[in-house]
Design a binder for this molecule. Sequence first.
Ligand SMILES: Nc1c(O)cccc1[N+](=O)[O-]
Length: 243
Amino acid sequence: EALRIDVVTIFPEYLAPLRAALLGKAIDRGLLQLDVHDLRNWTHDVHKAVDDSPYGGGPGMVMKPQVWGEALDEVCAGPTPPRLVVPTPGGRPFTQEMAREYAAEPWLVFACGRYEGIDQRVLDHYASRMPVDEVSIGDYVLVGGEVAVLVMVEAVARLLPGVLGNPASAQEDSFSDGLLEGPCYTRPEVWRDLAVPDVLRSGNHAAIARWRRDRALERTFHRRPDLLAALPEDALDRHDRAM
Ligand SMILES: Nc1c(O)cccc1[N+](=O)[O-]
């Protein structure tokens, strides 16, 4: 059963890249189904208003509950409800583990908020009818949720059987040891006076594995010490610790 994805947004054209390249082919092959809906289709005024000023004052505008209610009632209609995913800076961090969870779902609906966000009552109302996840892809300020949906759909779709040539699980293993990927090289042996590290051309597979792990530990230590701290006690051997 192909994963079904619906996206509701005021900028449907922002989701066009999902129909290009690898993901476009996966859609053509029926590995996933993507439908993008313009939220303004559920407005009834001449200005197609989707937002209004915030109760309590403050800058910016808030997206109106009525419009979202009519849109999601229609988009989420079906015998079994979807999982509703709302990208927002105040959400739970999106992780590879969540991508795996989502790839196992039959139906995901993404609600893209703009402005200061969607009236909270929309999330509260739908939480009584289906799972609602408020999810963040990172601690920086975007203009809306559309780009976050591109990120999440790519991370999820690549896990679906048949989407990638070689099964994604192999690449995911690079995360499974909890370290960052180290440097990689290919031909030529020397490029602009920079040579490939000798060990990688030595054919000594034990030395190569050791060198690669050392580079991964070094990089993780310098760029993501939080990942090192999160490693299980027995993940690092004596040599690792001496790095
Ligand atoms: N960070 C952010 C935002 O500023 C607006 C919408 C969604 C997100 N996010 O998913 O991380």
